[in-house]
Design a protein around this ligand. Sequence first.
Ligand SMILES: *[C@@H]1O[C@H](CO)[C@@H](O)[C@H](O)[C@H]1NC(C)=O
Length: 297
Amino acid sequence: MSGKIRRSFGNRSRKSHFGFGVASWNLLFHILVVLLVDGSESRKMSEKYNNYLQLPINNDEIKKGVCQRDPSQMIFFTLKDMKLGQKIPIYFPKKDPSSSPHLLARYEASSIPFSSKELPNLLNFFSFSQDSPQAKAVESTLSLCEIEPIKGETKFCATSLESMLDFVRGAFGLEESFSVVTTTFLTKSSTTFQNYTIFDVPKEILAPKMVACHTMPYPYAVYYCHYQESENKVYKISLGGENGDKVEAVAVCHMDTSHWSRDHVSFRVLRIKPGTFPVCHFFPADHLVWVPTPSTK
Ligand SMILES: *[C@@H]1O[C@H](CO)[C@@H](O)[C@H](O)[C@H]1NC(C)=O
């Protein structure tokens, strides 16, 4: 495999200006091994990310009418379900953290183009054949990252921790300190979809603003970060699964969904119309919610 990548890197460097050092190349090698191992899931995964990104479901799904059957869409709920004792079916993807793509340093990330226009070069660079699941994942992540934000939304795809922190700082202002909240599994199990009961009073994390960053399928870590002008509320919710799982889950409620596409998955799952009820959703464990100086009530 290393030979294969080396060859393609050689071809690559002859054709354009990827200017890529040996250190990052070693790093990339490890990254590639990871993506090659679980690449078959990549395409499916990237489609599922529409669930979190306020984008409509894709047309194929509408045509097939599969919308309500897919467990990965079972992350949505309405504010009226957010109460002690409420039972909610929830899907939590479980990934082996050791198989997560690596986060690049900014100088490394900035030496690799991140643009659909460079797709053929990138596929060549990563040694992905054109129709492979990995190629599809790269393509769909790039295109999701290039979609215009919806009205009142600011978005940015971060390819390094530094660029993510710059974006968060830009959202909150330079003076504000901030921290990150994430969903935490307190027990280990492989169950991804089951009924959970809210076993403690949900706590709102008082945050006038929040930035959500979603991991995207890509050979290195890419976070799709976005925030909205409209009101959002962040909650920590203690969940108990039917199998005994305990989860400290992070959920965000979008109080105004009137600008969302009518085809957004959540409206189908919850059987509501845009702008009628706040839409809440849980976050997978590897997605990040940034909030300024948190306090809980
Ligand atoms: C959740 O519980 C309901 C009954 O209350 C049941 O019909 C449903 O199949 C359960 N869902 C899962 C994912 O176990």
